[in-house]
Write a protein that binds this ligand. Structure first.
Ligand code: SF4
Length: 358
């Protein structure tokens, strides 16, 4: 396999993806852009990340600028990308880089891993791509390529350590950053999850999975646990001027620091309406309407129902009131945007029905 890295690099020179965070051939990579893209790409597709990345680097072109950003603004800009702990860690990491490293990212895996939000994979990716360290960056694409290449039949996640060892052994001393990106690109464009394009693969002659005719079945995975369904009931309070009541979630935990429509806790047992109303943000005439919004989180699915209350101007309770035209700029996670869309659509339908009846 001595020539494998060279074959892969030769293929990369012709077929590399043109990505906005990638340095052009011959240009020095910018560690800030490498780091930012790697954090954004965790659990998220390239197509989704592209516009977010462009907006972030336009607004905060350096790690120093990001460190000085207001966390609320950063969370607003992140809204829709999901996994919001990443945004909070992004801010904490930018601050740590400025405070402890003079505004320059450390250049070894070991030092990178001391920073907030940088784990094994991200440290390897930054060390290799930004600093040409001989480090392995094993993401989902690379796992698939390496499991097939070495015909590793142990299911994931048990196979992770073996796949990592095999990947580390492949990384060449020359161009380790390009090698890391080449493996990622091969997984994304040729060694795809379904129907890998083996006749176009520069590693076809090395590939043991292909030789045994089981490449497309690899990597194997342990059966998935069925995600439980949690339920909640949200409280949509509307002022006469159309503004809706929101609150901020606790700083730590799921969707930490993001905005939300107030709701009951989310739990697996169904809610009795009277029990749910004890969690309303204020006593009022709450009416249950027939919408349910579903959203998938990593460890559970959420089904949110809705109560609505119209709040007279003279008794408007204190709180954070936002008009629908202000929703777009608020730090609302995807589940809350779905809820807002459904509530606004239900309200518009009701108004049309009333207008038709009169
Ligand atoms: Fe993947 Fe096929 Fe290449 Fe093997 S030969 S690495 S299965 S694309």
């Amino acid at each position: 396999m001595a020539a494998l890295p060279l074959r892969l690099l030769t293929w990369y020179d012709r077929h590399r993806r043109d990505l906005p965070w990638r340095a052009k051939p011959g240009d020095a990579p910018d560690p800030y852009r490498v780091w930012l893209s790697e954090i954004m790409l965790q659990q998220t597709t390239v197509a989704t990340v592209r516009p977010y990345f462009q907006r972030f680097v336009t607004r905060w072109p350096t790690v120093g600028a990001l460190a000085e950003a207001d966390l609320d603004q950063l969370l607003q800009a992140w809204a829709g990308l999901g996994y919001y702990a990443r945004a909070r860690n992004l801010h904490a990491c930018a601050r740590a880089v400025c405070r402890e490293h003079g505004g320059r990212f450390p250049d070894t895996e070991e030092d990178l891993r001391t920073l907030p939000g940088i784990g094994l994979y991200t440290a390897g990716a930054i060390a290799a791509i930004a600093f040409e360290r001989r480090a392995a960056a094993v993401d989902g694409n690379v796992e698939r390529v390496v499991a097939r290449l070495f015909c590793i039949e142990t299911p994931l996640p048990a196979a992770k350590a073996k796949i990592r060892d095999r990947t580390e052994a492949l990384v060449p001393a020359n161009r380790p950053g390009d090698f890391a990106q080449a493996l990622m690109d091969l997984g994304a464009t040729v060694c795809t999850p379904v129907n890998p394009r083996c006749p176009h693969c520069p590693l076809a002659e090395d590939c043991q999975g292909r030789k045994r005719g089981i490449a497309a079945d690899l990597p194997r995975r342990a059966p998935k646990r069925i995600r439980p369904v949690r339920r909640g009931l949200a409280f949509w309070a509307v002022r006469p001027d159309g503004a809706v009541l929101f609150r901020r979630r606790p700083e730590s935990g799921l969707l930490g620091g993001m905005m939300e429509v107030p709701s009951t806790p989310w739990r697996e047992a169904p809610w009795d309406e009277r029990e749910a109303l004890a969690h309303a943000p204020f006593p009022g005439t709450w009416r249950r309407i027939s919408i349910e919004v579903e959203h998938g989180f990593t460890h559970f699915r959420l089904a949110l129902g809705l109560f609505v209350a119209r709040v007279p101007a003279r008794t408007t309770p204190p709180g954070l009131w936002l008009k629908p035209e202000e929703f777009a700029a608020a730090a609302l996670p995807t589940v809350m945007r779905k809820l807002c869309d459904a509530a606004l659509a239900a309200s518009a339908a009701r108004q049309r029905k009333t207008a038709t009846a009169t």
